[in-house]
Design a protein around this ligand. Structure first.
Ligand code: CP
Length: 303
């Protein structure tokens, strides 16, 4: 029984296995139509989702299994029972739990109480399933991962940036976090220390022009997420120099691909001209959420 509570729960070998399985299942979906027959995934959400919710449900049904959605705001854990008790009960009804919860602390507690695998569907610190889809996409577009340069442009302190740093360096990629010179929007020193042993490298550059130089991949994400309304003004002042526009993309390698985990705010973190350009792979990336999660579910639940 294995949990994926953060990107650190998968070794580079295990992540490689999940990516290989994802590619195999994507290439021959008909072979896996009954692979998880009789298995049930419970999906818990404390925050809204389009891609994570639907791609997990579609992925589970594509493997012959079943998925149940439960919005935590419907009452469950906010009533009198503890998170641990609730998760222990849900383990009796299911083969696996995927959760998008507000805190990594809650995610870790779920892992302690669950008797089935728990998958992190995003917390404030990590978004591992997004990174698996990102790696699958890069692998498809570039024919490999090790040695490639990825520039993550924007909020270097967010969950997607953290998962990019961990997953991409684990697979031997070189990550440049291109972000404002402010600790709040930069990766934490603890995170940078923890990935030092990984095969790839990570560095921080506050200048967008030098930060994307030699990039094979430019990645960006939303500047102001739900719940950040109080610092919206500060963010809208700090991030415009980091917009991914045609001028910035021209500074990377000529065959650089552009990625965004979506939802995108066209005209803010990236322009429509870039998002709709031949270099953009964002829709393939979004599709790969489902394929990568099928690979992960099969890897966790196969008998
Ligand atoms: N990228 C992502 O996690 O999308 P959702 O918030 O729609 O799930």
């Amino acid at each position: 029984m294995k949990h994926v509570l953060s990107d650190f729960d998968l070794s580079s070998e295990e992540l490689g296995e999940v990516l290989s399985l994802s590619a195999e299942i994507k290439g021959s979906p008909e072979k896996y139509l009954h692979a998880l027959e009789g298995k049930t995934l419970i999906m818990l959400f404390e925050l809204p989702s389009l891609r994570t919710r639907i791609s997990f449900e579609a992925g589970m049904s594509g493997l012959g299994g079943h998925a149940i959605f439960y919005g935590v705001s419907e009452g469950g854990f906010s009533r009198s029972e503890t998170l641990g008790d609730g998760v222990a009960v849900l383990s009796r009804y299911s083969s696996c739990i995927m959760a998008r919860v507000l805190s990594q602390e809650a995610m870790e507690k779920m892992g302690e109480s669950a008797t089935v695998p728990v998958i992190n569907g995003m917390t404030e610190l990590y978004h591992p399933c997004q990174n698996m889809a990102d790696l699958l996409t890069i692998q498809e577009k570039k024919g490999g991962l090790a040695g490639l340069n990825i520039a993550y442009v924007g909020d270097g302190g967010c969950n997607t940036a953290a998962s990019t740093i961990i997953g991409c360096t684990s697979m031997g990629m070189n990550v440049t976090i291109v972000c404002p010179d402010d600790p709040q929007y930069s990766p934490s020193p603890e995170l940078l220390e923890k990935v030092k042993a990984n095969k790839g490298s990570v560095k921080v550059d506050h200048n967008s022009s030098t930060g994307v130089r030699d990039a094979d991949v430019i990645y960006t994400d939303v500047w102001v997420s739900a719940g950040m309304e109080e610092e919206k003004q500060k963010r809208m002042t700090m991030f415009p120099p980091y917009q991914v526009n045609t001028e910035l993309v021209k500074k990377a390698k000529p065959d650089c691909i552009v990625m965004h985990c979506l939802p995108a705010h066209r005209g803010l973190e990236l322009t429509s001209e870039v998002m709709d350009s031949p270099q953009s792979v964002v829709m393939d990336q979004a599709e790969n959420r489902m394929h990568a999660q099928k690979g992960l579910l099969y890897w966790l639940l196969k008998e």
